[in-house]
Write a protein that binds this ligand. Structure first.
Ligand SMILES: Nc1ncnc2c1ncn2[C@@H]1O[C@H](COP(=O)(O)OP(=O)(O)OP(=O)(O)O)[C@@H](O)[C@H]1O
Ligand SMILES: [Mg+2]
Length: 303
């Protein structure tokens, strides 16, 4: 066996950044493993929304869902984005012809008929989105109770299925159209992922206004419960400044956990996986587990 000095690392192998990270990660993993989560008394319906594209909505929805399922929770993911990225990441079939959330929203098909179990976890289910959902924004306009269709579908699902979900995550498209309005109306909470970049807070006041509007007109108890900072790179000063800025504006909602920018997080969906099953000892996977634990322990904070 090599002596640490033979690796040519100042201070010896154990002090090298990589060795430090490995030891930190194994300590964090053991904390995650030993944590027991409280089960919510009622289903928490969490809408993951931000009208900005590519900020980590889908990645956050699917990874938190798997994390909570791994900790013993029953979880349902509703893919409400015609891109179908959440379905892909959870290994759920969503080609045209597969019964999907589109039929639930526009044709009153029971949600239970379209839900599939994800290969990621036996406790994780997903209502897939097919590309047909792109037509729903227009079709919904002329339908009765057009803002309440998802809420009604979820209520019927929860009251009829034998295994009631503890958590439902709704993955929204990057827009504030009728699909997102349905998600806000159906939800008990909103989770906003924010990418740690220069324009991070831009558009957030518009999103807050939309949430306030929904609260006034359609869903009085809707809470902006959680903000999660994503794609964080500790080496850039700008990222650190964004974190401080967001924490100043949203002190109670912002999670302590930061999701690092990491290649495995982006690679996992092409294997029909989340980073939690793709590379469970990675920083990204552990961070999503830690974020899920924070959310479970925090309950709802009104904002
Ligand atoms: N922590 C991360 N590290 C590296 N890449 C990431 C991370 N989080 C997300 N990504 C990648 O960034 C891109 C955008 O992420 P994602 O699809 O989750 O965003 P989104 O907000 O759902 O996008 P859209 O608005 O199109 O729905 C994806 O390619 C994803 O794999
Ligand atoms: Mg998405």
């Amino acid at each position: 066996m090599k002596h640490p000095d033979e690796f040519g690392l100042a201070g010896g192998f154990k002090d090298a950044p990589l060795a430090q990270e490995i030891s930190d990660n194994s300590r964090r993993m053991s904390t995650v493993r030993n944590t027991v989560l409280p089960r919510p008394t009622q289903t928490r319906v969490i809408t993951v929304s931000n009208q900005k594209g590519g900020v980590g909505k889908t990645t956050t929805a699917v990874n938190l869902a798997v994390a909570l399922a791994e900790k013993g929770m029953e979880v349902l993911v509703v893919d409400l984005d015609p891109q179908g990225n959440a379905s892909t990441a959870l290994g759920i079939e969503h080609r045209i012809g597969v019964k999907s959330i589109y039929e639930v929203m526009t044709q009153n098909i029971p949600l239970a008929e379209v839900v599939q179990v994800s290969p990621e976890s036996p406790r994780l289910r997903c209502a897939p989105a097919t590309i047909l959902l792109a037509d729903a924004e227009l079709e919904l306009v002329s339908l009765l109770a057009r803002e309440h269709r998802l809420k009604n579908a979820l209520a019927a699902y929860i009251s009829t299925v034998s295994i009631k979900p503890d958590y439902i995550f709704i993955d929204c498209p990057p827009s504030l159209g009728l699909l997102t309005v349905n998600a806000f109306t159906a939800a008990t909470e909103v989770l906003i992922p924010i990418q740690c970049e220069y324009y991070a807070l831009e558009g957030l006041s518009q999103l807050k206004r939309s949430i306030d509007m929904i609260r006034g007109a359609l869903n009085p108890t809707l809470a902006l419960s959680t903000i999660l900072l994503t794609m964080y790179d500790s080496r850039t000063k700008l990222n650190q400044a964004v974190v401080e800025d967001v924490r100043t504006h949203f002190p109670t909602q912002t999670l302590n956990t930061l999701i690092p920018r990491q290649i495995g997080v982006a690679e996992a969906p092409s294997y029909g996986q989340t980073v939690i099953t793709y590379d469970r000892s990675s920083n990204g996977a552990i961070s999503y587990m830690e974020a899920a634990i924070e959310i479970a322990n925090k309950g709802v904070v009104n904002g």
